[in-house]
Design a protein around this ligand. Structure first.
Ligand SMILES: O=C(O)c1ccccc1NCC(=O)[C@H](O)[C@H](O)COP(=O)(O)O
Length: 277
């Protein structure tokens, strides 16, 4: 029997456990329709950033003078509510870069994460490292937006996409020179989503049905990820010791948001964290 949207166990079209993702995708479709009515594809293609060759995610993630941290600018989230309502995106992302972040993650979802288009533009203007457009990508139009706004990496979330969509969106992003990060939560998602049009695979330690977090998810899946892909552990990382253990297990990258953003000074927080890894 179909359960109530609010009890955390709504079934997705793919048969998996949904909930907040179903709500986000429903709203995302409306948001995309509004955006398409306002900004044409030609306008996106004429953006100054559209001509720029994106930075290589691999190069920055594996650089010896960088930390492997993908540092996220995150104002709010469905699991935590308000995290930081005052931080300035240019200031914080510059501090992340200066502390040795390999890449920046900027949430552009408005309703659930408090993001703005302008956040990517401001982060782009202030930094010379790769930027991930962190959003719920369900339409090629969003990939064009990412390129037009100055992003270098897009996120494809296996839980909300079919294998065909993952392949097609990855191929489209690669044609634009963008890097592609696939996010999975379990072995089933991983096995059905592998495509040649991916650069990195991220294991999200957050269960999006009930918001519980467990770093063990990363350790369980790391050896199932084919070695040609960069391996990223995502969410709930708050201890420098965890980074050391994830590196030993085979991870190249570590996506961290809340741990830095919940402090009064995310720039100082990342600096102190990096000194311990
Ligand atoms: O963070 C959430 O509550 C959330 C809820 C629903 C979908 C996605 C969600 N988070 C997106 C992320 O992947 C995280 O922002 C990212 O991995 C950083 O996580 P953290 O370090 O725990 O802030």
């Amino acid at each position: 029997m179909k359960k109530n949207m609010n009890d955390g166990t709504e079934k997705t079209p793919l048969g998996g456990v949904g909930s907040i993702l179903d709500k986000i995708v429903k709203r995302k479709k409306e948001e995309i329709a509004d955006a398409k009515a306002l900004v044409s594809i030609t306008d996106l293609e004429n953006s100054v950033h559209f001509k720029r060759q994106p930075y290589s995610f691999r190069e920055f993630l594996l650089a010896h003078d960088r930390t492997g941290i993908i540092a996220e600018f995150k104002r709010r989230s469905p699991s935590k509510g308000l995290i930081n309502g005052v931080a300035d995106v240019a200031e914080v992302t510059q501090a992340y870069s200066a502390a040795g972040a390999s890449a920046l993650s900027v949430l552009t979802d408005v309703d659930f994460f408090g993001g703005k288009t302008d956040d990517i533009l401001a982060a782009r203007a202030a930094n010379k490292i790769p930027i991930l457009r962190k959003d719920f990508m369900i339409d090629e139009y969003q990939i064009l937006e990412a390129k037009a706004w100055g992003a270098d990496i897009i996120l494809l979330i296996a839980a909300i996409l079919t294998p065909q969509q993952i392949n097609d969106f990855g191929k489209f992003a690669h044609k634009l020179g963008l890097n592609v990060l696939l996010e999975v939560h379990n072995l089933e998602e991983l096995e059905r989503s592998i495509s040649p049009h991916l650069d990195a695979i991220g294991v999200n330690n957050r269960n999006l049905a009930d918001f519980t977090v467990d770093i063990q998810t990363s350790f369980d899946l790391v050896n199932k990820i084919p070695d040609e892909f960069l391996k990223i552990s995502e969410s709930a990382i708050s201890n420098p010791q965890t980074i050391k253990e994830l590196k030993v297990a085979g991870f190249n990258g570590f996506l961290i948001g809340e741990n830095f953003m919940k402090t009064d000074n995310p720039g100082t927080a990342i600096q102190q964290f990096v000194e311990q890894i």
